[in-house]
Design a protein around this ligand. Sequence first.
Ligand SMILES: Cc1cc2nc3c(=O)[nH]c(=O)nc-3n(C[C@H](O)[C@H](O)[C@H](O)COP(=O)(O)OP(=O)(O)OC[C@H]3O[C@@H](n4cnc5c(N)ncnc54)[C@H](O)[C@@H]3O)c2cc1C
Length: 440
Amino acid sequence: MSENCITFSKEIPVRYSVDIAVLGGGIAGISAACAAAKMGKKVLIVDKMNCLGGNSTSGGVASFCGETSGQGEIFDEIIHRLEGFGAIAEYNPYPKYSKELKLSHNHEELFEQTKPRIFDLQFLISVFDKMISTYNIECLLHTRVVDAITTEGSVKQVVLAGQSGLEACSADMFIDCTGEADVVFHAGFGTMKGREEDNIQLPMSLMFFIRNLNDNKDITLIPEEYAERVHNKDELPMNTLWPNGPSGNAIKIKINGFDSTDTVSLSKAEIESRKKMLQVIDYYQRVEKRNWYFDHISPMIGIREGRRVIGDYILKVSDIQAGRKFKDAIAKGVYFIDALSPLSDKREMLMKMEDSQVPPYQIPYRSLLVKDAVNLLVAGRCFSADQLAMSSARVFTTTSMMGQAAGIAAALALQNNCTLRNLNVSELQKEITKKKGVLD
Ligand SMILES: Cc1cc2nc3c(=O)[nH]c(=O)nc-3n(C[C@H](O)[C@H](O)[C@H](O)COP(=O)(O)OP(=O)(O)OC[C@H]3O[C@@H](n4cnc5c(N)ncnc54)[C@H](O)[C@@H]3O)c2cc1C
């Protein structure tokens, strides 16, 4: 044992026992859990926040990018339920891949042109609550996966730290949708992060919200000790005024140089982002004379990239640029490679415009299979891909499709009494297609 370490042992109750445990309740996790429960499986979903949704709710990111139709019946249901609240923009098909689209736009125009569907995230929280209860999924909130117990490649239990203290959950199948690949990491399977050369991750962004005052009410300026004064917009971090569904405005600011998988670094990122937030607000109020009032901040900083899993196949940027098809395809992506440079807080991209647009491509089942693991799948932004391939596939639409596929795969394997690797992939694809997922 190295210095500065302790060992401790403690008996903890196995309070939960299910067919399929989904760890992480972002859009990938919700899609996986609902898909598995709809196939009759007993499912538990666990999230460290006070609501489900991950970046789409707690992270303040209120727009679905990519193609919003054909992602599968779970994503269709999410859209349909948001429509019931009048809380989502109309459908626009994702533009067809073309030379013109490829050459004539900068990233901001490209974002506009690809018509993300903006929604009201406050309603999305209730939509997710409703879906979980509709499909009888047990849901633990304020509960974090902190360890996993593994024997010969099989995860036996995950250790959860919730309000009651440490408890364990046993399951036949586990699906890691934590975004940070926490389960895979704690279980001792392979993960990677950041750029290949130096492991630096994509930047995070903080979403915060302003009210736009129409009257001429005086605004009290932010005290100088909280916001270092900036006189020129170029001195600010990249900041984007961002619509937040029908009800307000958000500002997104880029925060680079932190590691979302490290306790100290992530804590610093949150604190630094709030400092930058006040600086940005101060600039707009004081220099540009905008009559904006600070409304609220997202409960957590938006994390684009944590750990990524080493799977049976690592999806590569060259695969997606070539629009590669796979025999074991379980999802489809169309979104451009949206990779902000991690090296500065300014608007700099990792790829040239002309290279960032991609033709429709497929994601293979093998990139959801965790290398050397028997009963563990991954879905969402921590799936097995290189950094740039993930920068396209991480959008809500594609991650929901991956999640649904993972949920179906786990349920089918249990139903057929086979391992995840012996699963008949054409049966899986048939099921995905039957459930409104368009793979081609
Ligand atoms: C700033 C920003 C802007 C973006 N803009 C867009 C956009 O406009 N449109 C778009 O489609 N996509 C956008 N994306 C991408 C998209 O938000 C994500 O890639 C998407 O959230 C992926 O979903 P997920 O379920 O894989 O991960 P997440 O949304 O990150 O969900 C992971 C969940 O796991 C939980 N969790 C993590 N660790 C643990 C643990 N140990 N125990 C228990 N729970 C845990 C988290 O609380 C979270 O709920 C953006 C991302 C960011 C950060």
